[in-house]
Every structure is written in structure tokens, then in C-alpha cells.
Ligand binder design. Structure first.
Ligand code: PMP
Length: 769
């Protein structure tokens, strides 16, 4: 449809106030003082009832598409239902319960009528001077409206309207014939890019129902100058999300011309607090706004040409042209600034990292990866290549889970403080977290990392028992703080460990000399020796999956026997669930539950925040009461409302997506597949662990269990080349560690098994086996 056909019918009806009074009474049972308001396509009449309520009666042209009217009315009803505080008009139903009614006026034609609540306030665009913070608030409100509309659709949302800056019509010959010389000159350098790259990119970008007319004339300020509401949903449509922001950016350029840059930055920042943009959307925004300004210039020209007697159109056209020039200038400024940045970026990232970051940080793989995006169990590198993530446990419910992202951004846009104020989200999280544990473990302390949780647990144990000694397992890891480093024996021989730390042997039934019962005996011996020493036994700390040591599960009865012995010796038992917790082992929510034991204290970290730093100590009430009597504890970031909102979202997903059942089912399938590979490939000495925490130990094979770190490293890198990411662990780095996000599917497991087999074959071919 040519754009002129879409645009030129915009004469609003002009009935008398008496006629308006009559239809108000007939269809809505509303009466009051009436006042005519301006309107572009509809006749608007303000009504003030004797009770002081304010409405606006909207009488549309008889030809107005009833589908679009229904769309707009349903949209307002939806917004008022899902986000009643946003400040958008409410639709008042007619006496017949309809959102709009057709009325036959005396002159014979039927016109649709609607009654909306009238929002008081003055348009932001006609209020000067304005603080930049007002534009931030405008952006935040706009982002909130977009978020509230994300789940809404109506068939008429796709019907064509003139104000659609991502439509192909924008580059119609007919439209371009309207460009004048000055506009054409300014555009010339940009036209090819806009037409060939930017418009198609905008058309491909995320789409949903949007307001599509959120310029500063449609945003209201209250008497204190704060952003209070948004009006005029008459141009709403289903289109690119970015188009909504592009309208506002273009509107700011029309308002402020060459002085718009700060206002635009504030607007976008505000928008992103409510609705984060994708990197590609951010890069496209200025061009999307230019496309909108181009459309504004042309539609305003059509109006000015068609109605030369209305001088307002001339002003609007001039503002639109100035806005377009301002955006083109801004785009050119950015383009000029770009070479400097490119120069800096031409240094390889790995080199810049070496210069800027301590050598203590290590990279995975011979060819390190630059991962820029993730979703579920999939990761994408900077070149757009997809990888299957079989390693990361921190994004427990999958990378960038929308539920978690939404909880985080929503709470971050509202408030983030600490535990010195009451906050429902934080208390709720502690209640819900404690409810996932056996009944005795019923109180929480919130922290940010696993190290903090273990450090705190050790402090609790020391204060409660009055002793210093801690028993841990050999080769395990518990954190990076001074105290937890002492507890981590993975890198310490006898000589380098602290005197108050005792090491228990790992219950290694593959390589080690003993049975489960032998390991109970040797463990008890170590506990008793520490209890008898001047340090005494404050606690035993256990990672139920013995991750860093090479991934082992506790033999039957093993932990129960050791826990009993610790309690006889007056110590506390602490379970470090940083690795084994939150359904990872597939039978219970927490790893220690596999052994039928109940610790006195449990420490949590990595998976709890689905990618966000969140840890906790959950303990028996008497333990935390005894600790509080002796020691004050405060953690600036631990227990902040944003982290709590994230923690709650993760627990929601765990429940709703039946994560435990998934780990049980797919984990069992995965282990069966790996055991089948062990039977076929002698290089696999052992398959251990359970659920989504599996270790595959590679050895010389044919009865020879000599560790083969070279083979392991080769297989690891070969799998990476094939697009599947695993890591290694264990004393000799010869255990392939498989620990995927908890949403890992059957299909993911098949891809992992097939790739693993291909790499094992590759290794066999390489060494001639
Ligand atoms: N405990 C265990 C068992 C761990 O594996 C780790 C981290 N690898 C920690 C504690 C420490 O957690 P964080 O790195 O979050 O401090």
C-alpha cells in the first residue's frame, strides 16, 4: 500500500459538545463538565464528573479500522492488568461491557467511541528547563512498558500503519521522490548503509508489541516535574523492540537538535535498567533512530503539503529535519571516534589480557576461547561458533536463564542494599532455602562466594567449640581466603600444611589400597589424632563429591561412621555443597543426603545464583545462636536484595523445570553411555561420580592404570575443536571432568558421547592403537 494512502486521512470528527454529552450519557452513563481537546485522528473531549473524576471521550473517524481500535483497547487493558502502576490510561467499559462502541450520529454515519481515564500532567516536551535525570526516568518507564508488553499480541498489531520506520516502504521510490536537496545531501553518505544493512538488521531484530510513538509529547510530568505517565497508544504495532527506543531517540533529537547527546545517553541507560538491550541492538540504535527521523521528515512533509493552511505542520517539519541532521551528525562523530578504538583493539585480546591481568589467571585449552554469549547449555564464541557446555556448573539452570536475568534486572532497577533493613525478598529466600534441607538445618547466613561460606563455617566451628583444629580430605579444595587455603590440601604436602589441619585419605576404590571399611578406620585415626593434639577438633569439612581430588563418591556408610566419630569427639560436621549441591548428583537436592547423614553446618556457593555471586551458610539453630552469642558477623554484599531475587528465581526454575528429575534421568543415561565407552576404549580406566558430576580417568590401558595426562590433554583439546567443552581434574590432571549446566538434555548427552568417542578414536589413531 503506498504510504500516501495510509497517511492522508487524518481529519478528526468535529461533533458539538452537546452531541458528545449525549453519547457519554447514552453509552457510558457519565456526565459532567466537557472541554474540547486537540486530536490528530480522533476528536477528544475531556470530561470532569461532579465527583472530580477525569475522563477523555474519544470519537474516531467512521473509517477507522475497528480491529486496530480493539487492539489498542486490549493493549491498555493488558498493561493495566500486568503493571497497574505504570501510569497509562485505563479503558472504561461501556454500559454494554464493551471496550468501544459504534454510535450512529444524527448526520447518519457510525463512529466508534471510547472512554479512557484522563491522565493529568504536562507533556515532557513542552516543559523546560529539564534535568538529564528526567530523560533517564522516561527511558526507565519506556523500558518497563516494553517489558510489560512482552507477552502481549493481537492480530491487528500487524496491520500496516504509516508510522512504521522498519517497513520496506521507507525506501520506496515514491517516498524518496519527496526528499529535498538539503536532506538528500546530508543523507547521501549514509543511505547505502541504512538501506542495505541497518533496515534489514532492524527487521531481523527482536520484535514484540511496542508503543511506537513515545516521543516527549506523549510522556507526562506531574506537578513536581517527575515522569508520571504515557499517553497515545494509537500508533502501537508489533515491530522491533529497538524501534520503540528509536522513536524516543529521534524525538529527543527533534527537541534538542545538536544538544541531544546527553539526553539520549540518559534515556538509553534508563531504558536498560528495565529492559537490557542486546549488544547488536545497542550498535544499531542510532541508525534505527535515523530511519525514524527520515520517516518523520517525510510524513510531516506530506502533511504540510496537504494542509498548508495549518502552520503547525511547518514547524513540526522543521523540527523533524533538524532532528534528522542532528542524528546524522552524531553518527558521523561516532564513526570518526571509531578508528582510535579499532587501533586499540587490533592488539590481540590475549595479549591485552596478559598485560592487564595477573599471570595467576589461567586460560582453558591450547587455543583459548573468547566466549561472548550463552543460552541453556550452549555457548557462542566471538566468531559466532556454537559450543556445547559440559563443564560449567555456576550457570546452574542454564546460561542467561531469562527468569534469572529478569529477576536480577528488575530488582537492580528498584533497589540494592544490605541486611541492615527489612526486606521481604531476602527473608523469603532464607525461608525457601532452609525449606530445601532436613528440618534441623533451619537458619541461614548469606554470603557471596563459596570461600566466604567455608571461611565463615570454620569461624563458627572455632567459636562454638573453642577449638582450632579442622579435619579435611587430602587433595580437596575449599576456597581462596587465608583460612580456606589452609583447609585446601590439593597443593600442599605434609611439610607445607598448617599444624592444626589434619588430612583424611580420599576413599579411592579404583586406585587406592583399601575398602570402604578401611577408609573409615584410617579416617577415624586422623580425627582422633587431631582431637588429641593441642589444637583439638573443631570440625570435619567434606565435599561429598571430592571434586578437586579427582571426583569420588563416598562408599556406603562411610560418611555416617565418620560423622558419628566427630560428634563423639565433640566437633562439628560441615558439608561443603559448593560443588555437589543443588540437585547436581541427581538423587537429592544436596549431596550429603546420598549418605543419609545430617551435618551441623552446610556451605553453599557456585550454583545458587545461576551465574551471579551468591553463597550461604545453612546451619542448625543452636549452632548459629551459640556463634551469635560470641561473635558479630556482617557481610556488606551478602544478603543484598538483588542476590536474593536471583536466588529465588533459581529456586523457582529448579522447581518448575523439574531440575532434579532431569539430572537423575539424563545423568543416568550419560553414565551408561560413558561406561559403554569404557568397555570399548582401554584408555578409559574408570568412570566415577553420579548425576551431572562425572569423572572419566584416562590411563595407559590394557591392565596398566598409569595416569596419562598427555592423552587427557589431547582429548580435551580435540573435543574443544569439535565444539564440546569439558575440563580436567585430579592429582595428575588425567580425569576428564563432566559437569554441565543442570538443564543439559538427552540430545546434549548424545552430542557429548558422540564427540567423546570421536576424540578417543582420534587419540587411538594418533598413538597407533
Ligand atoms: N568449595 C569447593 C568444593 C569448591 O570447589 C570451591 C571452588 N572451586 C569453593 C569451595 C570456593 O568457592 P569460590 O570460588 O566461590 O570462593
Amino acid at each position: 500500500m503506498p504510504i500516501d494512502d495510509l497517511v492522508l486521512h487524518f481529519d478528526p470528527p468535529a461533533f458539538s459538545l452537546d452531541e458528545a454529552r449525549q453519547v457519554l450519557e447514552t453509552h457510558f452513563g457519565v456526565s459532567g463538565e466537557l472541554k474540547a481537546l486537540a486530536g490528530e485522528r480522533e476528536q477528544n473531549v475531556r470530561v470532569e464528573t461532579p465527583a472530580g473524576e477525569l475522563f477523555v471521550l474519544k470519537i474516531a473517524g467512521r473509517e477507522l479500522d475497528r480491529g486496530r481500535l480493539d487492539f489498542e483497547s486490549q493493549l491498555l487493558a493488558h498493561l493495566n492488568w500486568v503493571a497497574p502502576d505504570l501510569g497509562v490510561p485505563r479503558v472504561i467499559k461501556s454500559k454494554t461491557g464493551d471496550l468501544f462502541v459504534d454510535h450512529r450520529f444524527a448526520e447518519g454515519a457510525e463512529h466508534p467511541l471510547r472512554l479512557l481515564t484522563y491522565l493529568e500532567g504536562r507533556p515532557l516536551g513542552s516543559s523546560e528547563p529539564l534535568e538529564t535525570s528526567v530523560f533517564f526516568e522516561m527511558g526507565r518507564l519506556q523500558g518497563s512498558i516494553c517489558r510489560a508488553l512482552a507477552g502481549f499480541f493481537h492480530p491487528a498489531a500487524r496491520s500496516p500503519i504509516p508510522w512504521d520506520s522498519s517497513s520496506d516502504r521507507l525506501f520506496d521510490q515514491a517516498l524518496f521522490a519527496l526528499l529535498d536537496e538539503e536532506t538528500e545531501d546530508a543523507l547521501a553518505r549514509h543511505l547505502k548503509r541504512l538501506q542495505e544493512d541497518s533496515l534489514p538488521a532492524l527487521q531481523r531484530s527482536r520484535a514484540q508489541v511496542i508503543h511506537n510513538d513515545l516521543h516527549t509529547g506523549n510522556v507526562l510530568l506531574d506537578h513536581a516535574g517527575a515522569v508520571s505517565g504515557v499517553i497515545d497508544f494509537g500508533d502501537s504495532l508489533h515491530g522491533p523492540l529497538l524501534q520503540d527506543l528509536a522513536v524516543s531517540v529521534s524525538g529527543l533529537a527533534e527537541l534538542r537538535h545538536g544538544e541531544a547527546a546527553d539526553a539520549i545517553t540518559a534515556l538509553v541507560r534508563g531504558f536498560e535498567t528495565a529492559f537490557p538491550l542486546l549488544p547488536e541492538e545497542r550498535a544499531l540504535l542510532l541508525d534505527a533512530a535515523i530511519l525514524r527521523s527520515l520517516l518523520s521528515v517525510e510524513l510531516c512533509r506530506i502533511k504540510a503539503d496537504g494542509y498548508p493552511e495549518v502552520s503547525r505542520h511547518g514547524h513540526v517539519l522543521e523540527d523533524a529535519r533538524q532532528g534528522l541532521f542532528a542524528l546524522l551528525a552524531l553518527q558521523e562523530q561516532r564513526a570518526k571516534a571509531r578508528p582510535a578504538r579499532i587501533e586499540k583493539r587490533s592488539t590481540p585480546l590475549i595479549e591485552r589480557r596478559r598485560q592487564a591481568m595477573s599471570p595467576t589467571y589461567k586460560l582453558f585449552y591450547d587455543e583459548p576461547l573468547e566466549i561472548v554469549r550463552g543460552t541453556g547449555s550452549l555457548l557462542y564464541d566471538a566468531a559466532g561458533r556454537e559450543y556445547l557446555d559440559c563443564y560449567n556448573n555456576v550457570p546452574s539452570v542454564g546460561h542467561a536463564h531469562p527468569r534469572v536475568v529478569q529477576a536480577l534486572s528488575q530488582q537492580a532497577a528498584l533497589l540494592n542494599t544490605h541486611t541492615r533493613y527489612l526486606h521481604d525478598e531476602v527473608v523469603t529466600y532464607c525461608e525457601r532455602l532452609a525449606a530445601t534441607f532436613p528440618a534441623e538445618l533451619d537458619m541461614c547466613l548469606l554470603v557471596c562466594t563459596g570461600s566466604e561460606a567455608n571461611d565463615l563455617a570454620y569461624s563458627i566451628a572455632r567459636h562454638v567449640t573453642g577449638r582450632e583444629g579442622a579435619a579435611v580430605w587430602e587433595r580437596c579444595y575449599h576456597g581462596n581466603s587465608g583460612r580456606t587455603d589452609e583447609l585446601s590440601l590439593y597443593d600442599k604436602d605434609e611439610a607445607s600444611r598448617a599444624p592444626h589441619i589434619a588430612g583424611l585419605p580420599i576413599p579411592d576404590l579404583y586406585r587406592g589400597p583399601g575398602s570402604g571399611a578401611d577408609y573409615v578406620t584410617s579416617g577415624c585415626k586422623a580425627l582422633e589424632a587431631l582431637a588429641d593434639s593441642p589444637h583439638g577438633l573443631a570440625m570435619l569439612l567434606v565435599d561429598s563429591i571430592f571434586d578437586c581430588a579427582g571426583i569420588y563418591t563416598a562408599p556406603d556408610g562411610y560418611l555416617a561412621a565418620l560423622f558419628d566419630r566427630v560428634r563423639q569427639l565433640g566437633g562439628l560436621v560441615v558439608a561443603d555443597e559448593v560443588q555437589s549441591g543443588l540437585c547436581r548428583l541427581g538423587d537429592h537436592t544436596w549431596g550429603f543426603q546420598d549418605s543419609g547423614v545430617v551435618p551441623d553446618i552446610v556451605t553453599l556457593g557456585k550454583p545458587m545464583g545461576g551465574g551471579h555471586p551468591l553463597g550461604a551458610v545453612v546451619a542448625k539453630r543452636w549452632v548459629l545462636e551459640a556463634f551469635a552469642a560470641k561473635k558479630h558477623y556482617f557481610n556488606t554484599f551478602g544478603g543484598n536484595p538483588v542476590s536474593a531475587a536471583v536466588g529465588n528465581a533459581v529456586l523457582d526454575v529448579v522447581q518448575e523445570e523439574e531440575i532434579l528429575a532431569n539430572v537423575h534421568r539424563v545423568g543416568g543415561y550419560l553414565s551408561e553411555g560413558l561406561l559403554a565407552l569404557r568397555n570399548a576404549y582401554p584408555v578409559i580406566g574408570d568412570v566415577r561420580g553420579k548425576g551431572f558430576f562425572v569423572g572419566v580417568e584416562l590411563v595407559a590401558g590394557q591392565g596398566d592404570s598409569t595416569p596419562t595426562p598427555d592423552a587427557t590433554r589431547w582429548v580435551l583439546n580435540d573435543m574443544r575443536r569439535r565444539g564440546v567443552l569439558v575440563a580436567t581434574t585430579g592429582l595428575h590432571s588425567n580425569v576428564i571432568k563432566i559437569r554441565p549446566p543442570l538443564v543439559f538434555s538427552h540430545a546434549n548427552a548424545d552430542r557429548l558421547l558422540e564427540t567423546f568417542e570421536a576424540s578417543l578414536k582420534g587419540w587411538a589413531a594418533k598413538v597407533g592403537g
